[in-house]
Design a protein around this ligand. Sequence first.
Ligand code: C2O
Ligand code: CU
Ligand code: CU
Length: 539
Amino acid sequence: MWTRRNVLKTLAAAGGMLATPATLRQAIGATAPDVILRLVAAPAEMAIRSGSETRGLRYTGEVLRGRGDAIRPSVGNLGPTLELRRGERVRIEVVNRTGDPTVIHWHGMIVPDSADGHPHQAVGSGGRYTAEFIVRNPAGTYLYHPHPHRITGRQTYYGLAGLLIVRDAREQDVGLPAPEHELALVLQDRRIGADNQFVFKRTMMDDMNGVLGDRVLVNGIDDAAFKVAPRPYRLRIANVSNARIYKLAWSDGRPLRAIASGSGLFSRAEGVQERPYLTLFPFERVELLEDFGARRDGAEIALVSGEFADVDDMMGSMMGQQSESGRRGGMGGMMGGMMSGGMMGGMMGGGMMGPSQGAKLHVARFTVSPGPRSRARALALPEPEPRVREGKYELRTELAFRHMRGFLNGRRFDAEDMMAVADDERLPVGEASVWTFDNDGGGAPMAHPMPHPVHIHGVRFRVIEHSSGSVPADLRDGMMDAGFKDTFGIFPGERVRVLVTPGVPGLFMYHCHNLEHEDGGMMRNCMFGPASMIGQGHG
Ligand code: C2O
Ligand code: CU
Ligand code: CU
């Protein structure tokens, strides 16, 4: 096992061998930051819907030095939006007044591990710390959220989360709508009691399936409505829900045109990706180019999450219908679908079973106001990024959920030794490696087949293979593997292979991003370093 000290020594010793990018050397050096921000996490009372205020947690922020527009205030219970520029040196002072330990992770951002927001970096309430990094990511839609072990789900649910948008001057040549014709939609499903208070965990089902809500807050607001001009918009959509998978669609049936994943624009070769609906797993983001000019003045359209067969098919697995065919087809599939989505929801809606995965949900309303019309321009998407040499290392991770707990290669996060890394959790920096994920189909006793959003810290990767045969038929057309990603969804019985090229050495993490699974220990460390650091038994 590698201890933290060990690792630092190895990384330092190998320093000469590492082709450290200039930006990284500057990050380690003492150059003064361009922007200094402060984020405070604290309890807050928020107007989420009409009636009494909702108690929760919230990030507030201010710019201490540099561009005043590096932080944009938000409404509802969402944290402010951080707007950073590629290449900028950023220092963020994090102040914890939550009453519990916390730490902030910059989801999707490639930062030194000292700034990554690993659970071992959490500070107690009343404490503060500083994160420092250079913005290396391409322009895109990233996130920040808490990452203390075991309470990430609770803190996020009560309101700690925000958008981190990276901008790049080069984006102006693409022909995208300007920032004033951009809308960001952060989707979070919640249960809200009659007194307007959040309802978090109620039953063991919440730990097992993840906490689901029966309504969707958009940017922290219930029943969000947007007035738009009859022209193209850039929509940044982020799923910041603890466990919910969305099947996003327009109420008028128009297809969605995706131009970016969470980690930058699609390349010219990939082009604009048109889908009848989009399947969005927790903490995935997608950017759309939506031409509201194609609708008549005064048109009212809604963004909805369409119904699909409940993939958290508790009843199915309890009744022993665990095979893919049993769950999807024939009597088993019918029973499962009826029980979980329809009948069970109807009989027990808001009761014992709570909201279900796959329920139809309203997301937001858009009204097209009359005005001068303009149509979408042709986009000049960027050239594909150069391919990186493929190395000989390969990792394999098997995901399983048994006895109510999630496992990665049979292991779980070690709260006693938070920096533990196994031999098969290391990758070389600067080479492309294939990392294969297999999701247990649930044949074993006490196994619970379920979908998992998988996330890797500190990298952007490409999905190179998705065994689409196991993706439920009613979600398949919405799967989006184009572009670079940091999070992907994997269904029971499925195999997903990603090509990942770590650029920054250090101790990072990979985990299920269903926040209840993550808090339950379905999370592990991974180490990126020089090839000499990688143990035997690889390749
Ligand atoms: Cu968005 Cu480790 O998390
Ligand atoms: Cu992350
Ligand atoms: Cu999971």
